[in-house]
Design a protein around this ligand. Structure first.
Ligand code: CA
Length: 225
């Protein structure tokens, strides 16, 4: 799955590219509209993420020219919070969805998956498993030993990340960038608290324990004893 990201803000661009690559996508990043347009017209992408405010050729023009050239890949727009009319305009021009900045990476990923699925292109597995724990991405449902577990959106995103990267120790900074938004301060204990709550729901009444703390390093989900 190849994704084109057109974003002029270096911080956001890098954040998107890294996050998507860590999730397993191939990503091209263009820093302005002209580059983005060139890539969109010459390369094959499964999806494009377009920032609206770009120097030179803006996101609207990029989208218009992409559609005019007959490219029908799904397009996700990134807009600023106060630009409601932008969203309407984007959808009229043929964008498939939009996301308001700042956003959590998990939210972006959910949109990307929905768009890819709608295009019938996603071959991704829809259920993630570890021992008797199951996370159903489509139904947004988690069960352990067949018992339904209710999670908040953040807890769900956190568990999804841990399951995807099973056996890997995930540093807080990575968890912060994937589950919270890019400006999130990972020095706070928010992640710790969220992990604690997740454990309470997913591990406390069950064996084996799945979520483990690796002191000084981060967290890992694995079926160790
Ligand atoms: Ca911009």
């Amino acid at each position: 799955m190849k994704i084109l990201v057109v974003e002029d803000e270096p911080k956001t661009g890098t954040y998107l590219k890294q996050g998507l690559m860590e999730t397993g996508f191939v990503v091209d990043l263009a820093n302005d509209g002209l580059d983005g347009l060139h890539l969109a017209l010459t390369e094959a992408y499964d999806l494009a993420i377009l920032d609206v405010m770009l120097p030179g050729v803006d996101g609207w023009q990029v989208l218009q020219r992409i559609r005019k050239a007959g490219k029908d890949m799904p397009v996700l727009f990134l807009t600023a919070r106060d630009q409601v009319e932008d969203r309407v305009k984007g959808l009229e021009l043929g964008a498939d969805d939009y996301l308001v900045k700042p956003f959590a990476f998990s939210e972006l990923l959910a949109r990307v998956r929905t768009l890819l699925r709608r295009g019938g292109k996603s071959k991704e597995s829809e259920v993630l498993r570890a021992a008797d724990l199951e996370l159903d991405l489509l139904r947004r449902r988690v069960t352990r030993a067949g018992k339904r577990i209710d999670l908040t959106a953040k807890e769900f995103a956190l568990l999804e990340l841990l399951l995807r990267r099973q056996g890997e120790v995930l540093p807080r900074s990575l968890i912060a960038s994937q589950v919270w938004d890019m400006n999130f301060d990972s020095d706070t204990n928010v992640i710790e608290v969220a992990i604690k709550r997740l454990r309470l729901k997913v591990d406390d009444d069950f064996e084996p324990k799945l979520i483990h703390t690796v002191r000084g390093m981060g967290y890992v989900l694995e079926t160790q004893s």
